[in-house]
Design a protein around this ligand. Structure first.
Ligand code: FAD
Length: 469
């Protein structure tokens, strides 16, 4: 009897234990993706990106004489219906760790078992299961450094090979059509611009990672903080859709480390930040939408999203060049350099005294690499409300950050058109990407700061002192 392979965030053939096990059984495998309430609830950019991922993955399966079956509705019902139609007796999937998915999957597992259908979940989305890493007292970690120390010497299972063959069922069940799902319909910005910047699919992910190992890992430690250097691996969106698995990245970097590569340890540490984010989200799910440190609930952050300075932040028109460059990079590419994410987050939560949740939601709508755990951890780290967070009084100064990390202003020139005689295509693409209603053009004057750096800093520190007293 066939096995239903319920795909979610694992759109790959290599390093996919659920797929490998299903294929190793010698039974027919029916890959299925179900558009459920969680899919519908995704932000516009992550949903668009997932749609592109599904399209590319379905071609990968076709090249193996397999197919991707698409269904919508509550997964339990969809899987049971498929089992009845095809005679499948087992469902396999790769585990997810956010609370909504955990609740869904627990219900589905119990429901399938009641219906006499086997259900097996597999690891593969993380290097370490969140419950397998514990402090000496048996509790979860709250601070990154000891977490890194605890995991760095651990064995990580090697990535499994892609199956040579995916046995097809005698007859394929009906599938919905991806185009009918209109996964890009909520994009208020130009998806065509985004599509020029976004690579999709397992082959692209693997190729890019190989090139990164060969060409950039050696200088990663030095280059990863320079936003104009393109010194990072660009794996985050592929990880978010599961087009590449973390074990592949871990073992690739580990090999380089053993060969004495100077950037490898730093890269492994960054991969472990992602693990740490999921460790926190699993053990304290409130990090995803509430202040991890409850004492911050009383802080005087503004939650008014309609303030002009919040709109200026969203549009990349705060008058603070490094902040604006980052917010424009986000519009055009669906990603933003890590250092600049920290700077725009600091400017919003401190200089503009705005609640981190407003920024978190903006990122959730606009990032193609949106990851609920890393996004929440990143925002709370900067805001000061998270575990192991930067203290609130440490306020990033975008000007000194620019001098340090973009001294030749290459990143600014890439993204800000105003004031440049002939701006590069990237800076102009911003005007093509943004929602029409913004009414902006490259001929506009570059704005004065909505809040000057000294004023914003003084205001934030005063609010912080008030909270403490
Ligand atoms: P590389 O430098 O090549 O790193 C390799 C991988 O390590 C990344 O793909 C990522 O999986 C992991 N990693 C690196 N830095 C971090 C970090 N600080 N936290 C967690 N994992 C990390 N990352 C997301 O994937 N999705 C998000 O939604 C997200 N939101 C963020 C929001 C804020 C406010 C901040 C400060 C950071 C956020 N990050 C997020 C983390 C980080 O900015 C991105 O992972 C990184 O920029 C991705 O680029 P890269 O793949 O080239 O990274």
């Amino acid at each position: 009897s066939p096995i239903l392979l319920w795909l979610r965030r694992d759109l790959r053939l290599h390093d996919a234990p659920a797929l490998a096990d299903a294929c190793a059984s010698g039974r027919p495998v029916i890959p299925v993706f179900i558009r459920d309430a969680l899919t519908d609830g995704l932000g516009a950019a992550p949903k668009w990106r997932l749609g592109r991922g599904l399209e590319v993955f379905s071609h990968l399966l076709e090249a193996k004489d397999s197919r991707l079956i698409l269904r919508s509705g509550p997964p339990q019902e969809a899987l049971q219906a498929l089992a009845e139609e095809t005679g499948a007796t087992d469902v396999y999937w790769t585990r997810a760790y956010d609370p909504a998915s955990v609740e869904r999957d627990t219900g589905v597992k119990a429901g399938l078992k009641d219906a006499g259908i086997g259900a097996r979940s597999f690891a593969g989305a993380l290097l370490f299961e969140p419950w397998e890493v514990q402090t000496k007292d048996g509790g979860p970690y709250r601070v990154y450094s000891p977490f890194w120390k605890a995991v760095k010497g651990r064995e990580v299972a090697p990535p499994c090979a892609a199956p040579k063959r995916i046995a097809a069922p005698k007859a394929w069940p009906e599938s919905e059509r991806l185009t009918d799902w209109a996964m890009g319909a909520e994009m208020r910005r130009g998806a065509a611009v985004l599509a020029r910047h976004v690579e999709v699919g397992e082959a692209a992910a693997r190729g890019r990672f190989e090139r990164f190992l060969d060409e950039r890992l050696e200088s990663y430690k030095a280059d990863r903080d320079a936003p104009a250097a393109d010194g990072t691996s660009g794996m985050s969106a592929f990880l978010a859709t599961g087009e590449i698995g973390p074990r592949t990245l871990w073992h690739g970097a580990m090999r380089a480390w053993h060969e004495g590569n100077a950037g490898a340890e730093t890269y492994l540490k960054e991969l472990v930040w992602r693990e740490f984010a999921w460790h926190l989200a699993w053990h304290t799910p409130r990090i995803l939408d509430r202040n991890w440190r409850e004492e911050w609930d009383a802080f005087s952050w503004s939650e008014d999203e309609d303030r002009p300075e919040v709109l200026a932040w969203k549009q990349g028109r705060t008058g603070i060049p490094l902040v604006d460059a980052g917010m424009r990079e986000l519009q055009v590419t669906g990603t933003m350099h890590n250092r600049v994410r920290m700077i725009v987050a600091s400017y919003l939560t401190k200089h503009l005294m705005t609640h981190w949740r407003i920024g978190q939601r903006w990122f959730e709508e606009h990032l193609v690499d949106w990851d609920p755990a890393s996004n929440a951890m990143g925002w709370q780290w900067v805001a000061g409300s998270g575990p192991d967070a930067a203290p609130y009084f440490r306020i990033f100064n975008p000007e000194t950050q620019r001098e340090k990390f973009d001294p030749k202003e290459r990143y600014l020139h890439r993204w800000i058109a105003e004031g440049q005689g002939s701006p590069p295509e990237t800076a102009l693409a911003y005007y093509e990407a943004i929602p029409k209603g913004w009414n902006l053009s490259p001929g506009d004057a570059y704005p004065e700061p909505v809040v000057s750096l000294p004023d914003g800093r003084a205001r934030a520190l005063a609010a912080y002192e008030e909270r403490r007293s």
